[in-house]
Design a binder for this molecule. Structure first.
Ligand code: ADP
Ligand code: MG
Length: 233
């Protein structure tokens, strides 16, 4: 299987004034196409820093990140933005849907930025919403949907560009247990359909649903283990 993510000697140092803090202290790992990986670690361990690097929202201070064959360290901001739009689908804890727009319009947005025609946008967004079980909610605004449904809209928006990687940062962090169940079930389906998923969480129950766990502590990967992939339901 092909490699989607390759990290070699990745370090991230934050500087504020004369103070330096090394949030990632040498990360070496890779993720293959079709893997479902959870990155788990306590607060302050470097999870969001790693997510920002994987999502090309930030660049390493040292080391190398190759995403779907592209070495990101040599790219400028415009090229990184293009990679973010084409190769990565993001799902955040806070959903980040636009409240004034219908589910359909929210899901169409990445295609607007990608320059896709109006008719094709509509078809692809409707198909993505159907895939997440929301074919009957196209014209609802976020305020008219449950938390779990809103997160499913966000997943549809993340997938509508057919990205190489689905990157989710605490996607169930704002959901009640029923909606959590719902969204994790959707991730299971996406995994079964061959999607590559990296999910960031501090919750062991959520991490247990992925097939592989990368444990991060104090800026280092301390464990890389396969799970049974079932976890509590
Ligand atoms: P997590 O997501 O696991 O809680 P983060 O990646 O957000 O951890 O943070 C890792 C460490 O880096 C923390 O100690 C945090 O205080 C520090 N940190 C994060 N962002 C910055 C920043 N912009 N400037 C300075 N320190 C930062
Ligand atoms: Mg964080």
């Amino acid at each position: 299987m092909s490699t989607i993510i390759e990290l070699a000697g990745v370090r991230k140092t934050y500087r504020s004034g004369s103070v330096e803090f090394e949030a990632l202290r040498g990360i070496d790992t890779s993720v293959r196409a079709g893997e479902y990986v959870a990155v788990i670690g306590p607060s302050g361990s470097g999870k969001s820093t790693l997510m920002n690097l994987l999502g090309c929202l930030d660049v390493p201070t040292e080391g190398c990140y190759v995403l779907a064959g592209d070495d990101t360290s040599s790219l400028d901001e415009a090229a990184l933005a293009a990679i973010r739009n084409r190769r990565i689908g993001f799902v955040f804890q806070q959903f980040h849907l636009l409240a004034s727009m219908t589910a359909l319009r929210n899901v169409e947005l990445p295609l607007v930025y990608a320059g896709v025609s109006r008719a094709e946008r509509r078809d692809r967004a409707a198909a993505a919403l159907a895939k997440v079980g929301l074919a009957d909610r196209l014209d609802h605004r976020p305020g008219e949907l449950s938390g779990g449904q809103q997160q499913r809209v966000a997943v549809a928006r993340a997938l509508v560009t057919e990205p190489a990687l689905l990157l989710a940062d605490e996607p169930t962090g704002n959901l009640d247990s029923r909606s959590t169940h719902d969204v994790l079930g959707l991730f299971d389906e996406l995994h079964a359909a061959g999607r590559t998923i990296v999910l960031i969480t501090h919750e062991p129950d959520v991490a247990a649903r992925a097939e592989r766990n990368l444990v991060i502590d104090d800026g280092l990967i301390t464990e890389d283990r396969l799970t049974t992939g079932v976890g509590p339901r």
